[in-house]
Design a protein around this ligand. Sequence first.
Ligand code: ASC
Length: 127
Amino acid sequence: AQQKPEETLKMRQGLFQAVRMNFGPIGAFAQGKGDLPADAAAKAENVAALARMLPMAFGKGSEALSGSNTKAEAFTSADFLKGFPMMEEAAVKLAAAAKSGDAEAIKAAVGGVGKTCKGCHDTFRKE
Ligand code: ASC
C-alpha cells in the first residue's frame, strides 16, 4: 500500500534520527570528544542499513510538506538518490575499521562517512 506523505516524512525524520544516534557517538570519538562505543561496528552496520532504507523515505507527496528539511529540488535531481549507496559503502568501511580497532583507520573512515553526509546536506538540506 502507498504510504501517506505525512507517514513518509515521519519515517524520513525517524531514519535520520537513527543515523544520528548510531553515527553520532562514533563521530564524537573521532573528534576526541568521547570513547569509541564498544558496539561501534554494530552502530556502523546500522548506519549502512539505514542508508539502504532512506531512499524509500522520500516518496511522492512528501516533498511539499511543511516541517520537511529537504529542499524541493532533491526530489527532481538525478543525483539525489545516488548519495545513499555512497553513504552505505562508507558505513560498511567504517564497520570494518571499527572491527579492526585501529583508531586512525576508524577516524579516517568516519571522515569518509561524514563526507557523504555533508555532500548531500550542502546541496539538498534546507538548514
Ligand atoms: C555528523 C552530523 C552530520 C555529519 C556532518 C559531517 O555527525 O550530524 O550532519 O556528521 O557534519 O560533515
